[in-house]
Design a protein around this ligand. Sequence first.
Ligand code: NAD
Length: 299
Amino acid sequence: MTRIAFIGAGNMGLPMLRNLLAAGHEVRAYDVSPDALAEAVRAGAGEAASLADAVTAAEIVITMLPEGRHVRAVYLGDGGNDGIVGHAPREALLADCSTIDVASAQAVAAAASEAGYEMIDAPVSGGVTGASAGTLTFMVGGSAAGFQRAEPVLAAMGRNVAHVGGSGHGQAAKICNNMMAGIAIIGASEVCCLGEALGLDPKKLFDVVSTSSGQTWMMDHMHPVPGIVESSAANRGYAPGFKAALMAKDLGLAQKAAADTGTSTPLGSAAASMYRMLCHNGAGELDCSAVYRLLHGDL
Ligand code: NAD
């Protein structure tokens, strides 16, 4: 049993926290949203009155927050409010599971290290379904010692816990994967539009592509045309799945990283722009495979 402080009990955090409780850990929760905190308490977590109250006796602090600015504020303090750094015991391990930009992840970890803490970045893949089922993939960046301490606790929430490198490398792996996935589903959508314009039956086209060099996991599992692949969001009116708004966010992070490192990513840039377009067309809450409908002229 580990004493865990869990900060951010939203769509992902709440089911993750449930799995920690089911594994026998003691969890103290804090969220700025009273409704989210109440849900966490109903699930069996202890109720913290403040961030400081949540972390004061923690052995591990886990955060699951929306963006880099929230992670900076929660760890380092914001406008007079104290952060985790300073309130958590120095021997506590700090683990941020949010998806944020690499530069913020590295800056927060460096500040935590300066103050005497061990910190890892551990973003996840698998969405709310994976969080509920305890089948997330964790991509961990940080020291080998930090990874070893975190692994048994992260394993209560996921099926794969991978140590991918030093500080920020978890975030780097996450945005590289999602950039690839985001480009792939646009490619699949373009091919479906072209096939249709050429008079090809979409099922016959899929059967050929999925066993040829154009095969991609995204088309195999998230085919953008309804009625081809059982698991597709397209069969459920494009209910997510993986929201277009989250894909736009992750590809935006990839573009920031590309700019910061001077990397040429012309397809990543075009894909990021297409998901922003999808969001501006009111489809941000739909599955990212709805990009097919944008290309098809239905949005
Ligand atoms: P969410 O908005 O549902 O949850 C975030 C929670 O953080 C909210 O309850 C919010 O009130 C809380 N919060 C914000 N600021 C806070 C603060 N200062 N102190 C305490 N609590 C605070 O978001 P989510 O869908 O759970 O996503 C969380 C992270 O996981 C994001 O970085 C997202 O990109 C990533 N992610 C999400 C998915 C997904 O499918 N939803 C999949 C993979 C990764």
